[in-house]
Design a protein. Sequence first.
Length: 459
Amino acid sequence: MAAAQRIVIENCSIATVDADDTEYACGYLVLAGNRIEALGAGSAPEGLENVVRRIDATGHLATPGLINTHHHFYQWITRGLATDHNLFDWLVALYPIWARIDEPMAYTAARGSLAMMARGGVTTAMDHHYVYPRGTGDLSGAIIRAAHETGVRFTLARGSMDRGESDGGLPPDFAVESLDGALAATEATVKEHHDASFDAMTQVAVAPCSPFSVSTELLRNAAELARRLGVRLHTHGSETVEEEKFCHELFGMGPTDYFESTGWLGEDVWMAHCVHMNDSDIAAFARTGTGVAHCPSSNARLAAGIARVPDMLAAGVPVGLGVDGTASNESGELHTELRNALLINRLGAHKESALNARQALRLGTHGGARVLGRAAETGSLEAGKLADVVLWKLDTLAHASIADPVTALVFGAAAPVTASFVNGRQIVEDGRLLTVDEDAVARATRDEARRLAQLAAQR
């Protein structure tokens, strides 16, 4: 790294979220190119070459960038609808609208979703996009383009549905794909866009939507496809009691047993929500290394329930945090999920001992990296890892009287992001994006939301 340009960050508290939860009350980080070269207590080493910038981060906490493990970007342009519905009723209300999504809408909605997360400390995002109406353009390419422009590390979970209304599913028939069409399109997306390198900015996962919107054949064949291509698998699982009832009625078993019967448990799999899990389900996830994307705000918004996160963590299940789609979490922010995960889980059986501040931060960083299969590259601040770093300003009225910076970040109000680096490149400064025009993005999302509403009203 001798020839790499260096950025030196000094005088900040540091929560590394490494295996030992190492923290420094006042320390430094040296970013060299797209890697973390060094970090520690006190001042940065003398004599560093090619230092292009020094940041005095007094009053700040440095953490790994936040990692979002479940989202539906397209929902940015359908926020604020069906606000008093449970999951199934919400889906019935919104699927006819979503079925009108086209490429400009998908691109614009992705930009809105990504911008909101990035300005709030997310450095790695994912999108589970599964609505591919016929003849609406290159939706996957549009979403990936939006992520590239925003400057975040990104996983596209290329979703699919092949169970429409005529087959007992919820989505309209013209919004679902055929079995063969979904598999072929997914394989093409992986081959065109997936980057398996250490510092990849774009990866692709195989992601049929859910047990009640895809056929058993699609689930089974998708698992075989992902393993042949060497990529990860993602879907929704055990989100509601209605889903559990559906699986028992249709397949004669609960969701976890059904997933296992189709090849959908393993270290290369993560599932969103997992709210209604019994002891046997959690043990199966732990035994197989299957990951969970915990979405506390969305679960509360749709009255789905409280996931057993403390029990999952105690069993060794990999758990990360997810925003979920912004039609069920209108804020669209992940840093608020740190606080919500802690508070909502304390309403469960474990009460005040459910989660603490550092466990919540780990869920949003290292836990997310583990769930996405990228814990070797990101998710903690360690020498040699990718330079995905966030500086949180904690010396203002909102946080200054809280002595412990991690407690301030998790328990306090949403902290301002002074700087966010992805792959060594700064994408946020003083709470504003440097990569895209936030105001222009806001205007475009408003226009596309209106256009979608007009199209849906014409059906």
